[in-house]
Design a protein around this ligand. Structure first.
Ligand SMILES: Cc1cc2nc3c(=O)[nH]c(=O)nc-3n(C[C@H](O)[C@H](O)[C@H](O)COP(=O)(O)O)c2cc1C
Length: 423
């Protein structure tokens, strides 16, 4: 996907600058060419020699260099790329970008560009949460700049919280998603069609059903059986698919999350409600079943609150819930989505169980994730998944749920382009 793509990587002045070296390697491994610009203080954190050796190109940093201007003017530098990536993006550079300043080469190329810009902020948690930085981020988002991260984590300054730069593999996934998802140019006031994406949205015209969250299975009017799913992964997938142009129907169990923008949301409570909502919305081009659907419900729900009666605790008779993934994967060809994707949350033998599930359910792909308590996946912001298809298993590195959603969306776009997926 990145073969032949030209990335202009701006490295600014922060401790995370060393991670830019790994990003350069990963980009080049995938066939992209990488040209690097150092901000005015970046060379305090990473040596131009290392950047040049890994990028296989000259490194740019001086705005008033006669040689550089003669060889590659700052305007050409900013235009001669498919995508500009700022990693790490310091608080200072974000502020200068938001203010439209051009006081070093990095800020100048970012102001002079008409290409899409993706930034990966990295800074101390207080710098990130400071109202000034948040104002700058909001301004840049309004200008059409895309963000990956920052994430929560331990920092070099011994504090913990949001501000840590996304890992290079996550930034890579966001870059791939930019190319797969139809890159947007920054919005320039006065540009003829500022809101039109440069490339078409790859999933435009595709209808996709996504399920998300837990289900609640009532015991009586006040009690229910539930699970720990937060819905964060399913909602992130719905958001990413909608951004790629899909017509998304999100069938969501009870969650504490806002509705994703540009998505039709159907709220349900039980597995049976979710089953009906999914079937009612067929046919669809793809269905992504990210919800943690209860396997069983209480066979006979009491219409009155169960009361303590003496010493004997009530025993609950369970009944099996409908299997939404299997039912839709095996439905008639006229209604079956061309791509049916299930999730497998396992606490052990994650990939083996996922392979077995792929066959048992007759779905097309399974995204398997480790749901053991130590993985922190339930309710957390990160996920480690394996994409299991009939052709093999692809292990994705640990990344944010948003990055998983974007990578999956890129894969789905590939599927509809070629009808297959590499694994
Ligand atoms: C040791 C050290 C580490 C720093 N780390 C960061 C950082 O991670 N993020 C950040 O925004 N600023 C950081 N700073 C502050 C920036 O380097 C400073 O604001 C600088 O002016 C940024 O320049 P730039 O616009 O070229 O990135 C750090 C400073 C020092 C001395």
């Amino acid at each position: 996907m990145l073969k032949g793509k030209r990335i202009l990587l701006v490295i600014s002045g922060g401790i995370a600058a060393y991670k830019a070296l790994e990003l350069i390697r990963r980009l080049r491994e995938r066939g992209a060419s990488v040209r690097c610009v150092l901000s005015r203080s970046a060379a305090h954190f990473v040596t131009p020699l290392s950047v040049s050796a890994l990028s296989g190109d000259k490194v740019y940093g001086e705005i008033f260099s006669l040689t550089d201007e003669a060889e590659m003017g700052h305007i050409q530098l900013s235009r001669d790329a498919d995508l500009l990536v700022v990693a790490p993006a310091s608080a200072d550079l974000l502020a200068r970008m938001a203010a439209g300043m051009a006081d070093d080469l990095a800020a100048t190329v970012l102001l002079a560009t008409d290409k899409p810009v993706l930034v990966a902020p990295a800074m101390n948690v207080r710098m990130w949460t400071h109202p000034a930085t948040q104002r700058n981020v909001a301004q840049l988002q309004a200008d059409g700049v895309q963000f990956v991260g920052p994430v929560d984590g331990a920092m070099a300054c011994n504090e913990y919280g949001p501000g840590r730069m996304s890992e290079p593999m996550e930034i890579l996934a966001a870059i791939e998603a930019q190319f797969a998802g139809g890159i947007r140019a920054p919005f320039h006031a006065g540009a003829p069609d500022a809101l039109t994406p440069i490339t078409s949205q790859p999933l435009a015209g595709k209808k996709v059903i996504v399920t998300s969250g837990p289900t609640h299975e009532p015991i009586d009017p006040v009690r229910y059986i539930a699970n720990r799913s937060s819905g964060k992964q399913g909602h992130a997938i719905a958001t990413a698919l909608a951004q790629a142009g899909a017509d998304v129907i999100l069938v969501s169990g009870p969650v504490n999350l806002p509705d994703p923008k540009g998505v039709r949301v159907i709220r349900v409570e039980t597995a049976r409600d979710m089953f009906s909502a999914c079937f009612l919305n067929l046919p669809a081009d793809a269905a992504i079943f990210a919800a943690a659907v209860a396997d069983w419900r209480v066979a006979v729900e009491s219409d009155k609150k169960l009361k303590k009666t003496g010493d004997v605790a009530p025993s609950l008779q369970m009944a099996e819930n409908p299997d939404i993934l299997r039912a839709i994967a095996n439905t008639d060809a006229k209604r079956r989505p061309a791509l049916v994707v299930g999730f497998a949350a396992e606490t052990d033998h994650v990939v083996d169980y996922a392979r077995a599930k792929l066959d048992k359910k007759a779905c097309d792909w399974i995204l398997a994730n480790d749901a053991s308590p130590q993985s922190g996946v339930f309710g957390g912001d990160e996920n480690t998944v394996h994409l299991v298809t009939r052709d093999g298993v692809e292990d994705w590195p640990r990344m944010s749920k948003q990055a998983v959603a974007e990578k999956l969306t890129a894969r789905i776009a590939d599927f509809f382009k070629s009808g297959v997926v590499d694994a």
